[in-house]
Design a protein around this ligand. Structure first.
Ligand code: NOJ
Length: 531
């Protein structure tokens, strides 16, 4: 039975792989995926208790420029909004720190690539700092040292047989562009296209997989509607403006890449969207409606315009925000409107869907009151809670709920017609320490959920990325939250990285494509019993 399911899944994945195999030469996913051992097939035999992924399923690890690079003003790099924000408001960051040095990966990238190679993963997802390449944000002034840094990094990765999956924007907007209004200014879409063109020109021959934006929900909602950089705190207004520009920018970059750089269809572009699973609080229909409303506001806001057949914002968002805006006395809806041309340009602008998933919430309807002050959360109109039974991590927002990932993947499958999904982030923070069996349990249980989604439910998931390679700067939480497979020792001058138990666990999984056999030790992965 398992064999049968495996072969069905392979034929699905061929849709994705065949053009790569046919064109040979640096076929991106082909190269990425070939690294995973043939053992995956053999171990998938029904006799074995092992749980294995098919051999073309890829494993990787992820980081982001601001969180690891440091060298914030070295070799021609311009200031970003996170530099400005953490320098001006150290007290707003939990431990009053900033990422001026972070894990110093700008200088230690060779060591880091060695760590990545040691993990046996086939790809590394990292982001490019816009202001390291274009110090003013604009394309008339290119920083050669910045280009060199990323070229060297990519070369180093290739020498270790690791492919690059590049995120073009992981929250660190050049400050000079924020001075023009940042993502609330529609012109930013054009500037992003210019920046992307520079990246494709310089790295496009060696990099075949790109993510335009990381978690626009986070940087639009938290950055323009809340407390993250640039800290605009204009919820219900600027977050919608930001999203509108970002969605246009994403579509424009996709079209530009396909027209100017990807004539042979060898490249892949997606966007990384975050979604905690939204589970109805009870089985009542009001809770079910509330949960679906939350999914549409938190995920559909960005996914519907790109991945749905009709395109545009989710109808429930349109309706609620139009009505609430009117009741608040606005002459027009706070949710902007795409032109027909924009809807068509954005719809279908993807080769894969990047999913960042960590946790689950329970959802019930809000109190129905409309606040005078605009607010994204008031527009959504639901209450998000967690079950006290769900195990905690070291991050207040992250409860451990492995089954939520399977539900998320299934919801994506049926809502957007089973797009190819790359899990661009999944991970967990725990206290300092090398014996992180809890992290192993987290990864193992979430991977079992992914496995079930693929082989039992037919979700087209093609890769899994652990967040993150090593402990790093966790935004407003500073260095207080540790998600790494490697522990960073911040008190040694060389910021020593030390492998945790989870690093060798993940290496085994990445090299074999299989999860350990737990049949003899009864562990409840849904309930996350800690080792
Ligand atoms: C989402 C973000 O993309 C990443 O930057 C962050 O560190 C992790 N989640 C963990 O919070």
């Amino acid at each position: 039975m398992l064999l049968l399911l495996v072969s069905e899944a392979i034929s699905l994945s061929l849709l994705w792989l065949v053009p790569q195999r046919a064109v040979g030469k640096m076929g991106y996913w082909c190269a990425v995926l070939a690294v995973v051992g043939v053992g995956a097939y053999v171990n998938a035999s029904p006799k074995s208790a092992k749980i294995c992924f098919r051999k073309d399923f890829a494993f990787g690890v992820a980081t982001a420029a601001y969180q690891i690079e440091g060298a914030w003003n070295i070799s021609g790099k311009g200031e970003s909004i996170w530099d400005r924000y953490t320098h001006e408001h150290p007290d707003w960051v939990f431990d009053h720190k900033n990422a001026d040095v972070a894990t110093d990966s700008y200088h230690k990238y060779k060591e880091d690539v060695k760590l990545i190679g040691d993990l046996g993963v086939s790809y590394y997802r990292f982001s490019i700092s816009w202001s390291r390449i274009l110090p003013t944000g604009l394309s008339n002034q290119i920083n050669e040292d910045g280009l060199r840094y990323y070229k060297d990094l990519i070369t180093e990765l290739h020498q270790k047989d690791v492919q690059a999956l590049i995120t073009m924007y992981h929250w660190d907007l050049p400050q000079s562009l924020q001075d023009l209004g940042g993502w609330t200014n529609p012109i930013m879409a054009e500037y992003f296209v210019d920046y992307a063109r520079v990246l494709f020109r310089h790295f496009g021959d060696h990099v075949r997989a790109w993510v335009t934006f990381n978690e626009p929900l986070s940087f639009c909602q938290e950055g323009y509607g809340g407390q993250d950089a640039p800290g605009r705190r204009a919820s219900g207004v600027e977050d919608y403006m930001c999203a509108h520009t970002v969605l246009r920018a994403h579509g424009m970059v996709y079209r530009m890449y396909k027209e100017e750089f990807d004539r042979n269809n060898q490249g892949y572009i997606g966007i990384a969207l975050d979604m905690p699973w939204m589970e109805p609080y009870t089985t009542s229909s009001v809770d079910k409606v509330a949960a679906e409303t939350a999914r549409q506001f938190l995920f559909g806001w960005f996914a519907n315009p790109i991945f749905s057949k009709r395109g545009g914002y989710p109808p429930i968002m349109r309706r609620r925000i139009d009505v609430i805006s009117k009741r608040q006395g606005f002459f027009r809806s706070r949710l902007p409107t795409f032109t027909k041309e924009e809807v068509d340009m954005i719809r279908g602008s993807y080769d894969f869907l990047g999913l960042n998933h960590y946790t689950t919430n329970l959802v019930k309807p809000g109190d129905g009151r409309i606040t005078a002050k605009p607010s994204f959360y008031n527009d959504m109109g639901v209450k998000l809670i967690v079950s006290p039974e769900w195990p905690k991590s070291n991050s207040s927002w992250l409860r451990i709920v492995p089954w939520g990932l399977r539900k998320t993947l299934n919801w994506i499958r049926h809502t957007y017609d089973n797009p190819s999904v790359v899990i661009t982030e999944n991970g967990v923070s725990f206290e300092k320490g090398l014996k992180d069996r809890k992290r192993i349990n987290y990864i193992d249980s979430y991977l079992r959920s992914v496995h079930a989604a693929i082989y039992k439910d037919n979700c087209d998931v093609i890769a899994y990325t652990y967040w993150t390679l090593m402990d790093n700067f966790e935004w407003m939480r500073g260095f207080s939250e540790r998600f790494g497979l490697y522990e960073t020792n911040y008190s040694t001058p060389d910021l020593k990285r030390i492998p945790r138990l989870s690093a060798s666990y993940f290496e085994r999984v990445a090299r074999t494509g299989c999860l350990d056999d737990h049949s003899s030790s009864p562990r409840n992965y849904d309930g996350m019993v800690i080792l």
